[in-house]
Design a protein around this ligand. Structure first.
Ligand code: HMG
Length: 381
């Protein structure tokens, strides 16, 4: 690791404690289960609870990785989301207060569909390159909601990634990438709509087209792809022709996403965590090719170099436990929870119902009053 190295010092992931089984959802929707289980490769998906939103999920992930000292060094907080709760005020302002960051920390919400987390990570690395004594916090937090009985319903999910970016990149060093931007109407959510407008086939075509435009062959051993569903990773790998990696290595990066679903901005970094958790060999010193895609559309291909202490610094044990310990919801409970979410997002006033508050929560959405949110810390360390 040279002195100029910049990248991810610590990494964590949070997802709510409830999930729905894809097989059960398929039966309830009168769909052949193998279409969603084999065709899209999904097994479960996380479901948002009445006490949680993009701010609480981001807080949970960030709390895992930040010491008091880290907080005093953070000069930039970038909050990547396409599940915004306000057109004006950045969700990161709430998070900044909850994490007790310095008043001199700059806070921005960043949006470009599922690409904003990668754009933010690259901007954060540039910030650290020009301010080597400072750190940046990048969070992605999203709730993917397409609506009941929509083609995208099986690709829902929710979760948050937190990355502390500094010149001590214990997880991985981050290289600058190749970017391609193009106006494509494949997936967008205009301000009047609760759910996105999606042309699924166009989105897959655009994803693969941008991948081919930004990919640079360099005989890499591992790839992580943005994976709204697991077989999107297979399509992407196959599109790389002679440069593709053996299917088994790709499987490692798919495991967490199969269980959590699409978390939009965090999906690529969930693949990285999955690879770290499941690879049967040490990744230290390895280079990983990362492909980020955000509809609308931007594609970026960049490389990570994995560093020596990556396993501890990426908190994979905690993340795995969190994913594997979720409680399975019945189909009726699943519909109840998404209905509460759908109704509350446009509500002027809201107070969460008492049920579904997981005992492990360290923060809860307390209420929405005149559209403004307040949060309650439950177990502040
Ligand atoms: P669909 O029409 O429900 O499914 O849409 P399909 O008919 O295309 O079938 C899916 C696969 O299942 C196909 O495999 C079928 O052959 C197979 P493929 O040919 O593609 O390899 N299949 C079966 N397999 C086994 N047994 C069976 C069976 N039947 C069919 N019985 C779609 C699927 C993903 C398009 C839909 O769910 C959707 O619109 N999802 C949302 C959009 C999306 O995820 N797009 C991905 C690329 S864009 C992106 O990643 C950006 C995004 O994250 C947003 C952002 O950037 O913010 C989405």
């Amino acid at each position: 690791m040279t002195k100029q190295d910049v990248g991810v010092e610590k990494l964590s992931f949070y997802t709510p404690s409830y999930s729905i089984d894809i097989h059960e959802l398929a039966i309830a929707r009168n769909m052949p289960p193998e279409k969603w289980e084999k065709g899209l490769g999904q097994q479960q998906m996380s479901v948002i609870t009445p006490h949680e939103d993009i701010v609480t999920m981001a807080y949970e992930a960030a709390l895992d990785i930040l010491t008091v000292e880290d907080r005093s060094h953070i000069g930039l907080l970038l909050f990547a989301t396409e599940t915004g709760i306000d057109f004006s005020k950045a969700a990161g302002i709430y998070l900044h207060e909850l994490l007790k960051l310095s008043p001199s920390c700059r806070v921005l919400e960043v949006k470009q569909a599922c690409y904003a987390a990668t754009g933010s990570l690259q901007l954060a690395c540039d910030f650290v390159r020009s301010n080597p004594d400072k750190k940046a916090l990048v969070v992605s937090s999203d709730i993917a909601w397409y609506g009941f009985k929509s083609a995208g319903e099986v690709t829902q999910g929710c979760g948050s990634i937190a990355m502390l970016v500094s010149n001590q990149p214990n997880v991985c060093s981050v290289e600058q990438g190749q970017v391609y931007t193009e106006n494509v109407p494949d997936f967008y959510r205009p301000s009047f709509s609760e759910v996105p407008f999606v042309d699924g086939k166009m989105s897959i075509k655009s994803y693969l087209s941008l991948l081919k435009k930004v990919f640079k062959p360099s005989s890499l051993d591992y790839f992580c792809f943005h994976m709204p569903f697991a077989t999107m990773g297979d399509k992407a790998n196959k599109a790389l022709g002679d440069e593709q990696i053996p299917a088994e290595r790709l499987e490692w990066s798919k495991e967490f996403g199969k269980l959590v679903g699409n978390i939009y901005n965090g999906s690529l970094y969930l693949s990285l965590l999955s690879l770290i958790a499941y690879a049967d060999t040490s990744l230290a010193g390895k280079q990983i090719g990362m492909f980020s895609y955000g509809s609308g559309a931007i594609g970026e291909f960049f490389k990570l170099q994995i560093n020596k202490n990556y396993k501890q610094a990426a908190l994979v044990g905690l993340v795995q436990e969190r994913i594997l310990n979720r409680r399975a919801l019945s189909f009726n409970e699943y519909e109840e929870l998404w209905t509460i979410f759908s109704e509350r997002e446009g509500a002027v006033q809201y107070s969460p119902v008492a049920s579904y508050q997981s005992p492990s929560l360290r923060i809860a959405l307390e209420k929405v009053e005149n559209g403004h949110r307040s949060y309650r810390l439950i177990n502040d360390d």
